[in-house]
Structure formats: structure tokens, C-alpha cells
Design a protein around this ligand. Structure first.
Ligand SMILES: Nc1ncnc2c1ncn2[C@@H]1O[C@H](COP(=O)(O)OP(=O)(O)OP(=O)(O)O)[C@@H](O)[C@H]1O
Length: 420
């Protein structure tokens, strides 16, 4: 049976500096909890306290209903395995010997490992893709391989709880996903509680059921992933603007940090004013780049809540808005035309055209009737279908090209054109 972890009124200091400030939280059994927060917020310290590697100055930890202080090292190791950040190993053990060490909490004094122990070790090594390394020295394999070996040792321990501090930091993208998929599998199929410190917010959002967000030793919030990964919470912790939306392929929440280098006071603003016709997240990177370049912009028509709308909202841009998931109304259309008229240049992005937003092409048509430049920013060559109107969009778009809509196929070309 798994056990919950309850952190009660924990205060922890290094010398005179208070690192964790009266922290309270509960991680239920079978949870998959990520701990996130900026550098120095106390994530590793908290993990070490839960692992009983550090003793708090005040407060206590309950594992199930028993105080952590009442656990002997061996019985704690039967419940909980820990994968620390630094995976350096002092002695020249073979990889298999290192993983075998995971069996020690289950052996009696002087008892040798039996067949079952070797089987468990082999299984753990196969799951972590390390079996082929078994005879190599732990100090003569790569950092990423070593990290997977240490995870194999934790699995061989057959714990109900696994604590991991940045287990993916030395891994390439393939192995990052492999490790997190494995942790998810252990969690879902065997009910193992996973508590993992992660820096990568996108991985945390994709894999966790629950997230604890720390900032300067305080808990900003803890809850379901959707409740924690919000623009407001991330801003409080990381002191920067981020966009949060859902990945169109995986459906997972994703975080796009906006540039920290060009804060508003460092930005040199440009004279020219642009109007961007975008939507569905197609324009967000362009909007950020143009903003960093110093352009004043308006956008629309966009639906409220769409990720293009979100970035424009954060940057305080003027917008012609429509209600979420609603077709463009006449009022929103007129507002967008008014904004485009005020602009020096109008830019159409590669938006998919549906019945709801086909009016956006009419904004471009109107602008083409003026003397002002109008560009189509086609960020990538694609044969992907863009017309979902049964042909109307394609005809309208063809008309725009005939009327002189200029196509620019890279951001550099667009930026150069804007400078003319
Ligand atoms: N051994 C130590 N002695 C003194 N101070 C320490 C020690 N270890 C950590 N600290 C300090 O405690 C604070 C919290 O450190 P901790 O490693 O828990 O943060 P973290 O959130 O895990 O950071 P990171 O994301 O950089 O790994 C930091 O200010 C750090 O400098």
C-alpha cells in the first residue's frame, strides 16, 4: 500500500538564511506531482527533506500516519527511492552492481542477492534502456546514461514512492520523454507515487497530474496542472510574461515564455504602425518579433482567448475582438477595418480560413484598395489545406493576389520590407 506524504509547518535554514518558510502541503498516494519554481526557490531542499537527507529546523513530515523521524533508513528505503540531481558515483562499480544496490533494502544482513533480485534488476535495466551497459563502469558512461542507470536503481528498489530531482536534465529529448513516459507508466499501472522536480514547464504541464509552484521558499500554489499553469501564477513565480495554451497535437498545456531581453523601457519604438490579421495562434511568434523590433501594432479580428489574442492582450495591443468561438460580427469587422486604416501597413498571416473568419480576408481587400502596403506573411511552404469554406476562401484569396497582395516567405524578408 502506498502512503501519502504530508509536509507540516516546515522551516528550513542554511546557516542564518531561511530557505523554506512554514511550508505545508500534502501529496496523496499514487500522485504524480511536479515541483516547479525558479532557481533557488527551494525545490531540491524540499525534496531532500522529504527524503530525510536534510533535517528541518521546525515542522515534520508524515509518511502515511508515521513521522519520518520514526523510520529507520532501511524501512524508509523500502518505501521510497530517491534520484538526486548529482549522479556522480565515487567508486568504479559496474552498472549492474549499481542497480543491484537498489535491492539492499530488501535483503537481510549478509544475505546475498537471489535469482529474483537479479530478475528485478534486469527488468529495471530493460525499462530504462540500460541493460546493454551492464558490464561497463559507472564512471565510463555518458551523463545521460548514468542518469538512466540511477533511475534503474530506484526502480529495482521497488518503492511505492519515487522522488526525482531534475531527472531529465542530462537527457536528450528522446530520453527525456522515455524517462517521463516510464514514470507515468509506473504511476498509472503500478500506482507508484512520483514526486519530481522539473525545470521544463512544458514537460511538467504534459506529465503531471498535480503541480507545486514554489517561489523563494513559499508555496505560490499547489493543485491540478490546469489550475497551476496559468499566466498569473507563472508571472508571480518567474516575473515574466508567458503565454499558456494547448498544444494542437497532444492537447497538453504548453507555455511560451515571452522575451525578457526587450522590456518596455529598453524597446526603441518605431514610427510605423502595423495591423496584423491573424488568429488561431498563427500570429503569436510574429507579433512577439515585431513587438521586440519596436513596432506599434493592432490586431484583429481575433477571438477572445485565442493565443494570438492572449499575446496581444499581454503586450497591451489594440484589438478588434470577437467572442470566443463566434463568427466575426459586422461590428468586429468594422473595428478591424478602422484599425487597419489607422495603420501604415497591413499584414495577413497564414490563417486557416473558415466560415467564421472569412471576413478577415475582406479587411485585406479593403486595404488593397488604398495606397498603403499590404503583405501576406507566408512563414513556411506548406500544402496544408487552409480553406475550410468549400472554396469561397480560396477564391477570395486568389482575388487578393490578383489585386497585388505581396507574398513574403520569411520573417527576414518581411522585416526588411517593413524598413523600406
Ligand atoms: N548547501 C548549501 N549551503 C547553503 N545554501 C544552500 C545550500 N544548498 C542550497 N542553498 C541555497 O538554498 C536556496 C535553495 O536552494 P535549492 O537548491 O533548494 O533551490 P532549487 O529551487 O532546487 O534551485 P535550482 O532550480 O537552481 O536547482 C538557494 O538560495 C541556494 O543557494
Amino acid at each position: 500500500m502506498g502512503k501519502s506524504i504530508e509536509v507540516k509547518d516546515i522551516i528550513f535554514k542554511y546557516n542564518e538564511t531561511t530557505i523554506l518558510k512554514e511550508l505545508n502541503l500534502k501529496i496523496e498516494e499514487k500522485a504524480f506531482t511536479s515541483i516547479i519554481g525558479p532557481n533557488g526557490s527551494g525545490k531540491s531542499t524540499l525534496l531532500k527533506i522529504i527524503a530525510k537527507n536534510l533535517v528541518p529546523h521546525r515542522g515534520n513530515i508524515l509518511l502515511g500516519d508515521k513521522d519520518l523521524r520514526d523510520y529507520a533508513a532501511k524501512s524508509l528505503a523500502q518505501e521510497m527511492a530517491v534520484v538526486h540531481q548529482s549522479t556522480e558515483v565515487a567508486y568504479d562499480f559496474s552498472v549492474e552492481d549499481i542497480v543491484l544496490m537498489g535491492r539492499h533494502p530488501h535483503l537481510k544482513r549478509f544475505q546475498r542477492e537471489g535469482l529474483r533480485d537479479f530478475q528485478i534488476v534486469k527488468e529495471a535495466m530493460e525499462l530504462t534502456n540500460t541493460w546493454h551497459l551492464k558490464e561497463r563502469s559507472i564512471n565510463e558512461i555518458s551523463g545521460g546514461e548514468r542518469q538512466r542507470v540511477i533511475i534503474a536503481r530506484a526502480l529495482a528498489q521497488e518503492p511505492q514512492i519515487i522522488l526525482l530531482d531534475e531527472p531529465t536534465s542530462a537527457l536528450d529529448i528522446h530520453h527525456q520523454m522515455e524517462v517521463l513516459d516510464l514514470l507515468r507508466q509506473l504511476n498509472e499501472e503500478k500506482g507508484v507515487t512520483i514526486v519530481v522536480v522539473l525545470h521544463d514547464l512544458n514537460l511538467a504541464a504534459r506529465y503531471s497530474k498535480e503541480i507545486l509552484l514554489l517561489h523563494e521558499g513559499n508555496r505560490i500554489t499547489m493543485g491540478k496542472t490546469e489550475e497551476v499553469i496559468t499566466v498569473e501564477n507563472l508571472k508571480k513565480a518567474y516575473n515574466m510574461e508567458m503565454i499558456v495554451d494547448r498544444n494542437v497535437y497532444t492537447g497538453a498545456l504548453q507555455v511560451l515564455p515571452l522575451s525578457t531581453t526587450k522590456t518596455s523601457y529598453q524597446r526603441k519604438t518605431k514610427e510605423k504602425k502595423l495591423h496584423i490579421v491573424c488568429g488561431g495562434g498563427v500570429g503569436k511568434e510574429l507579433i512577439q518579433s515585431l513587438y521586440d523590433e519596436g513596432y506599434t501594432m493592432s490586431i484583429g479580428v481575433v477571438n477572445i482567448g485565442d493565443s494570438d489574442w492572449e499575446i496581444a492582450n499581454i503586450l497591451g495591443l489594440e484589438m478588434a475582438e470577437e467572442s470566443p468561438f463566434s463568427p466575426i460580427s459586422d461590428d468586429a469587422f468594422e473595428e478591424a477595418c478602422r484599425l487597419a486604416e489607422k495603420a501604415d501597413i497591413t499584414i495577413l498571416t497564414s490563417i486557416p480560413i473558415g466560415k467564421g473568419n472569412v471576413k478577415n480576408l475582406s479587411i485585406i481587400q479593403r486595404q488593397l484598395e488604398t495606397e498603403k502596403p499590404v503583405y501576406f506573411y507566408k512563414a513556411y511552404e506548406s500544402n496544408k489545406k487552409f480553406d475550410y469554406t468549400d472554396g469561397e476562401g480560396e477564391i477570395l484569396f486568389g482575388n487578393l493576389l490578383n489585386k497585388g497582395l505581396q507574398v513574403l516567405t520569411s520573417k527576414d524578408k518581411l522585416l526588411k520590407k517593413l524598413e523600406e
